[in-house]
Design a protein around this ligand. Structure first.
Ligand SMILES: Nc1nc2c(ncn2[C@@H]2O[C@H](COP(=O)(O)OP(=O)(O)O)[C@@H](O)[C@H]2O)c(=O)[nH]1
Ligand SMILES: [Mg+2]
Length: 443
């Protein structure tokens, strides 16, 4: 599943030009990948609808389809692929590991022990698996390997006796109790786990789930939650299970946070679950942070412009929006031709065509300005003009010309605002043609 999402995104981002069809194809690929990852079909539908809504209804004008698509996918997947907002505190505590048979509990006990040891806490691993032959030696060996304490009684079959003793004997900061698993959640397992719980009163009860059970993970979490106050999930075998997606989503569905993921058999192949990091890797985008940052900036910018227009402020941003609006309406020429006597600038046809080329250059000039310059164009002096010209590949003269046009436009704007110009019927006609959302603030 993981590879498939990565491939689809990489195919999408490498395209030169992106249109709605590409977006739809990308969403379909993600749907396929999630279904292969054993994510519940209803959830897959929810995920894709949410991505679609963002891409098609919420995209701000100034952000590219490509960037916004990646951002939307990232945000939605981060939400559904596991809650990751909880971390284990580095303090004295008792942790109980529970889960079905063969999910990786014993391995995880050692991995978790190693995690605390590396962070400066002393650790004791306690064997409370009295059913599986070899469970005692498996945990003992692991404890020796990572160099932490161990407690167990090889011959004792009464788990309560072992645990009472363990609590007296173990003086370490973190006590990790490895319990026995079963093939399913049955009466025997419930009774024993309750007994352990009553004896130990653990600070954390972590449910260990193997990634390969896929969407069944939801039922497992729910069943365990009925009998114990589960405080977090650890999902193992993320490296080998094709169905990890379904297991991850179970966290979203049951509202139980994923604390760690197991990514291999070795002790170090264990990491804190961070949905953001996980999804970044899933999307295969190393520079995702940079992209998200850029999109966020553009979103804020768009919001600021809207506010400025609403408040009736005037600056380069508003001017730029006007330029874009006029381009959308068609050429200057057409607008001016439609309104007799509106040739305010006194231009001929050829000149008007030239004006259109100019506007295109003005966009480059605008792009080369800093935020500060756009907000306060009055600070643009000759050295700034030289820099902007260089950056936009235009002549200094052209930058000056744009600034002049800006000033004229500002004057006009202020005239409209004060209401003088509005009384002119010709002006009313023009304003009617402008996109209404753009001029709301000035009307
Ligand atoms: N690939 C992989 N194997 C794992 C992981 N965690 C555990 N295992 C393997 O799963 C098997 C069962 O693990 P064990 O800890 O004995 O499970 P338990 O029965 O729940 O205690 C062992 O072969 C482990 O090496 C993991 O994150 N990735
Ligand atoms: Mg075990």
């Amino acid at each position: 599943m993981l590879d498939r999402v990565r491939e689809a995104v990489s195919k999408f981002t490498s395209k030169k030009k992106i249109d709605k069809k590409d977006l739809e194809e990308l969403i379909k690929e993600i749907q396929r990948a999630l279904i292969l990852g054993d994510v519940n079909v209803k959830v897959v539908f929810e995920i894709s609808e949410e991505i679609k809504k963002k891409m098609f209804e919420e995209k701000p004008e100034n952000i590219s389809l490509r960037d916004y698509a990646i951002k939307s996918i990232y945000e939605v997947l981060t939400k559904y692929l596991g809650k990751g907002d909880k971390t284990l505190e580095l303090k004295k505590q008792k942790i109980l590991l529970v889960g079905l048979y063969g999910t990786g509990k014993t391995t995880t006990a050692a991995k978790l022990g190693n995690y605390f040891k590396k962070r400066g806490l002393s650790v004791c691993l306690v064997c409370a698996d009295v059913h599986r032959a070899g469970a005692y030696h498996q945990l003992k060996q692991l404890a020796e390997k990572i160099g932490v304490g161990f407690y167990g009684q090889e011959k004792e079959k009464n788990v309560t006796i072992i645990l009472k003793k363990a609590l007296q004997e173990c003086k370490e900061d973190v006590i990790i109790i490895d319990s026995a698993g079963r093939d399913n959640v049955n009466e025997d397992l419930l009774k024993e786990i309750r007994e352990i719980y009553e004896t130990v009163h653990p600070d954390e009860i972590l449910l260990v789930i193997s990634g390969d059970i896929g969407s069944i993970a939801k039922d497992v979490v729910e069943k365990f939650k009925e009998i114990l106050p589960i405080t977090g999930i650890i999902i193992t075998k993320i490296d080998t299970s094709a169905k990890a997606g379904g297991a991850l989503v179970s966290s979203y569905l049951t509202n139980a946070p994923i604390l760690f993921i197991g990514t291999g058999e070795k002790i170090e192949e264990f990491e804190r679950f961070d949905p953001k990091r996980f999804v970044s890797r899933l999307l295969g985008m190393g520079d995702l942070e940079a992209l998200l940052e850029k999109v966020k900036e553009l979103e804020e910018e768009q919001k600021t412009i809207k506010e400025m227009i609403e408040k009736g402020e005037y600056n380069m941003y508003v001017f730029y929006e006007q330029l874009k609006a006029t381009q959308k309406m068609g050429s200057f020429q057409k607008i001016i031709e439609m309104i007799p006597g509106m040739n305010m600038l006194g231009m001929k046809k050829e000149e008007l065509e030239e004006q259109e080329i100019k506007v295109r250059k003005w966009k480059y000039i605008f792009d080369s300005m800093t935020k500060e310059e756009r907000l306060h164009p009055e600070i643009i002096n000759s050295s700034r003009i030289a820099r902007i010209a260089r950056g936009s590949g235009t002549k200094e003269e052209e930058v000056r010309e744009m600034l002049k046009a800006y000033k004229m436009s500002e004057k006009l704007f202020k005239g409209i605002k004060s209401g003088k110009l509005l009384k002119d019927p010709r002006m009313k006609k023009i304003l009617k043609m402008m996109p209404q959302d753009k001029i709301q603030g000035i009307m």
